[in-house]
Design a protein around this ligand. Structure first.
Ligand code: IDP
Ligand code: MG
Length: 151
């Protein structure tokens, strides 16, 4: 099984609440490998591109305001089935119904403040990684623990 790469964002509420480490830790402990990471302030232009699929929806304006309101931490994670593993680690979009044990289920209460983004498909992961990272910002490396995480 080949490795996948996916984009995650610790959203402004995660950074402001001091939960960056907690959120990053959950992906890292799950066994995913970080191949890129940075702190940045998302511009309105980038937010419009990243959330372009939601344009026209009633929450779109608020969503762009939220994601551009304060710095975020963006990262690229690598692993087998990384996209699905990240989505399951995050929990469902609305934290109210996200299972306990997930980031959103444990740490959030509202859909408009749900702490974390994760790409939802291989196609979108590739587009989003390209939006946020230059190829030279991604680092490929061997991790000695991989044989204890993956067969
Ligand atoms: P996802 O983040 O779980 O992939 P999407 O449906 O892609 O969820 O929505 C993107 C983001 O837009 C959500 O994470 C959330 O921050 C916001 N959002 C989605 N639906 C609503 C809503 O009904 N009200 C307010 N914000 C919403
Ligand atoms: Mg989404």
């Amino acid at each position: 099984m080949s490795l996948e790469r996916t984009l995650i964002i610790v959203k402004p509420d995660g950074v402001q609440r001091g939960l960056t480490g907690e959120i990053i830790k959950r992906f890292e402990q799950r066994g995913l490998k970080f191949v890129g990471m940075k702190l940045m302030h998302i511009s309105t232009e980038l937010a419009n591109k990243h959330y372009g699929i939601h344009q026209g929806k009633p929450f779109f304006e608020g969503l762009v305001k939220y994601i551009t309101s304060s710095p975020v931490v963006v990262a690229v994670l690598e692993g087998k089935k990384a996209i699905e593993v990240v989505r399951n680690t995050m929990g469902s979009t609305n934290p109210v119904s996200a299972p306990l044990g997930t980031i959103r289920g444990d740490l959030a209460v509202e859909i408009g403040r749900n702490l974390v983004h994760g790409s939802d498909s291989p196609e979108n992961a590739a587009i989003e990684i390209n939006l946020f990272f230059k190829p030279e910002e991604l680092v490929s490396y061997e991790r000695d623990t991989d044989k204890w995480i993956m067969e």
